[in-house]
Ligand binder design. Structure first.
Ligand SMILES: [Zn+2]
Length: 376
């Protein structure tokens, strides 16, 4: 399923084999919560080199619902995505006031924000939803607590996450590790533990010991500082087997990705590039820029001269600035396309650099240039 190819310090490259293709690691996944990546078509994603995206199983089960997805032959066919599809479980929705009602060891109760109906969801229910969605990689249902919760609450969420990880695994194994369409489905466990060293270590040991196809580090990038996140990852890494793919959930800033690859992370997902695009924020090698600001009104330079995407090769900053003031929908598409492309190319360069034993230098140079980010 997963094979390491090159290593440099903690960083490594490898290949993750899935039912919808092999993915070179480390890689970044754009988020497609509602079975679409915002503003970018599946063909565009494929052409820029995206080989996996992540949808949300629980949200997709509410709308459009599993009936039509099954009738279409699964989420891949329904959304016309022919590469790997991860599915997140719904753990993250526990942080959302519009979804979360309450929780005990048997189930979580969510309010359906579309209908207002209250729904009980067990770990087994979630795996069944992920099977029917037909994802290539399913995630266990974890209990994600707020990062600043009391220690006793985080301890309880971590304990419940472990209990549910076992139940997810048992249910998945009972279905021969296959999804509803007969394809081999990988199952990743998720760690928790908040910002507590002992809980993080205990969680990594427990999840690593359950023989999952991969281990995800969860409960981060939800309001803690960059340093706190780094510590939490560092505490867990020694307890996650080298031969398993390691997935850091929710992380997508270039700096965080580079620092985490150095610690041995293989896989990332985040709304960061598309969310930034919606806020007029463009990634460039020389730091981020706010293209809607007045200083770009007369700037006939290309968006990011160091990027070779369609948008950067085609449009001037002045033109994109003009679109930002005209509230044209194409504008959001252009910025989202560029920001995702930027990360996908960065991942390619990271893999290349690790292969040549030059990642340390690459990371340093990239961050030095990128730190120019102007707060404008
Ligand atoms: Zn570009």
């Amino acid at each position: 399923m997963f094979k390491i190819q090159n290593t440099e310090g903690g960083a490594r490259t490898g290949v993750l084999r899935t039912s919808h293709g092999n993915i070179k690691t480390p890689f970044f996944m754009p988020v497609a919560t509602k079975l679409t990546t915002k503003q970018i078509t599946p063909m565009e994603l494929h052409d820029m080199g995206v080989r996996s995206i992540i949808s949300n199983a629980y949200v997709s089960s509410l709308r459009p619902g599993l009936e039509v997805i099954k009738k279409a032959g699964g989420a891949h066919k329904f959304m016309q995505w022919n590469n790997c599809l991860f599915s997140d479980s719904g753990g993250f929705q526990m942080l959302s006031e519009s979804f979360f009602k309450d929780i005990d060891d048997t189930r979580v109760r969510f309010a359906d924000p579309f209908s207002g109906r209250i729904q009980s969801v067990s770990p087994e229910d979630v795996i069944q939803i992920e099977r029917e969605l037909g994802s290539d990689v399913a995630m266990c249902l974890d209990h994600v607590p707020h990062v600043r919760s009391e220690r006793c609450d985080i301890e309880d969420a971590t304990r419940r996450t472990h209990l549910w990880a076992e139940r997810c695994k048992t249910y998945h194994d009972a279905h021969d590790k296959k999804n509803f369409y007969g394809n081999r489905q990988l199952l990743f466990g998720i760690t928790q533990g908040g910002l507590h060293k002992d809980l993080r270590e205990k969680s990594a040991k427990c999840i690593d010991g359950l023989d999952f196809d991969g281990v995800a580090i969860g409960g981060l990038c939800i309001g803690e500082t960059r340093e706190e996140m780094k510590h939490a990852i560092k505490w867990q890494m020694p307890h996650i087997s080298d031969e398993k793919p390691r997935y850091l959930m929710g992380v997508g800033s270039p700096e965080d990705i580079l620092n985490s690859v150095e610690m041995g992370i293989d896989c990332f997902d985040s709304i960061y590039p598309t969310q930034n695009a919606r806020h007029n924020n463009v990634f460039t090698r020389n730091g981020n820029i706010r293209i809607d600001k007045g200083r770009f009104k007369q700037d006939l330079g290309l968006l990011d001269p160091a990027c070779d995407c369609y948008v950067c090769k085609t449009f001037t900053r002045a033109y994109l600035h003009h679109l930002s003031r005209s509230f044209e929908k194409t504008y959001q598409r252009y910025l989202s396309y560029h920001n995702v492309y930027f990360l996908i190319k960065m991942m390619e360069e990271i893999r290349d650099a690790i292969g040549k034993g030059e990642f340390g230098e690459y990371r340093k140079t990239f961050i030095e240039l990128y730190k120019n980010t102007k707060k404008i």
